[in-house]
Design a protein around this ligand. Sequence first.
Ligand code: ATP
Ligand code: MG
Length: 572
Amino acid sequence: MMRYSRLLIPTLRDDPSDAETVSHKLMLRAGLIRKVAAGVYSLLPLGLRVLSRVEKIVREEMDHAGAQEILLPALQPSGLWEETGRWQKYGKELMRLKDRHQRDFCLGPTHEEVITDLLRNEVRSYKQLPLNLYQIQTKFRDEIRPRFGLMRGREFIMKDAYSFDADLSEAEKTYELMYKAYQNIFQRVGLDFRAVEADSGLIGGSSSHEFMVLAQTGEDAIVSCQQCDYAANMEQAEVVATETGLDTGETIPQIESVSTPGYQSVEDVSAFFKVSSDKLLKTLVFIADEKPYAVLVRGDHEINEVKLKKYLNAGELALADKKTLISVTNGPPGFSGPVALKGMEIIADQSVIPGVPYVVGANQKDTHLQYAVAGRDFVVDHFSDLRNVVSDDVCPRCGGLISIDRGIEVGHVFMLGTKYSEAMNATFLDQQGKSQYFVMGCYGIGVSRIIAAAIEQNNDEKGILWPRQIAPFDVEVIPMQEKKEAVMQAAIDISKSLQNQGYNVLLEDRKERAGVKFNDADLLGIPIQIVIGERDLKSGFVEIKQRKSGEKALTPLAEILETLSKIYGNVV
Ligand code: ATP
Ligand code: MG
C-alpha cells in the first residue's frame, strides 16, 4: 500500500499548452512524466509503475517463447557500425559522440551490430542454435520530429530481440513464435491492435509485420480489407490495377502549351484547366543511387517511396533537390513534365493510362501542356505500382472494400535473413562441418510508446481509463474525511487487507477536499475507487466505483474483497 501524500504525483488541472495529443496531455496532467528536453522525459513514480507492469508482461511472454534476457551496452564503438555500412547510412538519427581519445561512438538506436558481434565470437556450432536473445533498454534516436511525449522520443525504452537460426526454415519457425508472443503481449496489455504486413526489404512474403494500435492520432496509415483478413501498412499495401484505357471513340486534340502564371498546386492547375485532379500528372524527379528518374503519378495520387525504392532496387533514394532538378530537367521546380524530357528514364504509376490526355508541366516557368498523351507525346519506359492506396481501391487479395485507418506502431517483427551475418562475417559450422551464416530475425517493441498508445485508446473527458493489466495501481482507496479517525482507520484497514490479497493499493490520504480527491482519482484513472464516507461507514458500507463504466455500488465492508475479485476476475 502506498500513501498518496508520500508520492510525487504532480497533477495539473489544465491541459499543458505544448501537448497536442490526448495521451501526451494526460501523461503530463496525471503526473506520469515531465519533459527534460525535446523528446527526452523523466518518468515519475506513477509512470514508472506502468512501465514496470508493461515490462513484466513483455518479459513473461518472451521467456515463455524461449527467448533469454541479456543487457547490451547503449554505448557502441563506430567500428561495428562501419562493418555493416550503417555508420554512414544511418544518417543524422544516429547519436554520435567521441571519447577522450577522439574515438567515435554512438548511442545505440538498435543493436544488430553488437549482438551479431557477440554471437560470431561465442557461437561456433549448429548445436548451440537456435538462440533468441532480448533486452529491455534505453534507445537513442535523434528523431527529426520528436513529439507527442513518449510516443516519439529521442530517448525511449525498447524491447529488442534477435534470433539466430541455422537455416531459413528454422528461422521462420522462430518468426512464428515471436509473432504469437507479440499477439499475447498486446492482448495482455489490453490494447486494441492489428498485425499488418510491412515492407520486408529484400526477403519477400510475410516476413515483416507491424503491430499497430488503432488510434485517430496514429502517425501510420493502415490499409485493411472489410471482407477478408488482409491488412498492411500504407508503405506496403498493394494497389490492384483496375483502370483501363479510354473507351470513347473521341479524338484527342493535339498537345498544346498553355500559359499558367502562378498556377502550381494540383488544386489550382486542375481548377484552371477545369479538369478533375486525376487528369493531371505530377512529375517528380528522384535521384536513386545518383541516377535521376522522372516518376509520374496522377494528381489525385501520392507517390510511395518505399515501393519506388524497391522497384528501382535502389540503396539510396531521395527527391532531387532544387539545383539538381533544374539541371536535369532544364526547367524550374513546380513545372516538371515528361514531354521532351531527356537524359533519364520515365517511370509511371500503373494508374497512368496510355492514350488518355493529361495536363502536365512543360519544364518551363508558368507553363503547362494540355492533351499530353503517353505513347503519343511522351514515352513511359516502365509502369509499376508506385503509389499509396486510396479509399477507392480494392483489396488485393479478395477484391473487397478496403478501409484506411490510423495506427500507432508498437511492435515490429522482421526476418533479417543473412543481411547482418554476411556483412559481419558471422558464421557457425553446420552438421557437415561447413561454415554457414546465421539466419537472423529481429523483433522490437516500443515499451514506453505502449504507455502513450494505451492512453490514446483509453481515456475520457475526466482522464485516463487504464487497462487494468498495466494500471499503476489496482485500487485507489479514498477516505472522504481523512481527519475523522474512524474513516481514516477504515481506509487503512481496507487498504492493508487488499494489499494482503495481492492488489496494489493507493491510499488517498491527502488533506484535500473530497472534490479535489475525486477529480484527481478520475484523472489518474486507477480502475477501481473505493470511497469511504463517514455516513455510509457508520452503517457498514463503502462505495465501489469502476472508473471506466462509472458504475457505483454501495458495498458492505465484509463484501469488498468478493466484489473486487468479481470485477477483476483472476487478473490480479
Ligand atoms: P517508426 O516508424 O515509428 O519510427 P521504426 O520503424 O523506426 O518506428 P523500429 O526500429 O522497428 O521502429 O523499433 C521498434 C519499435 O520501437 C517500434 O515498433 C516502436 O514501437 C518503437 N519506437 C521506434 N522509434 C521510437 C521513438 N522515437 N520513440 C518511442 N518509440 C519508438
Ligand atoms: Mg523510426
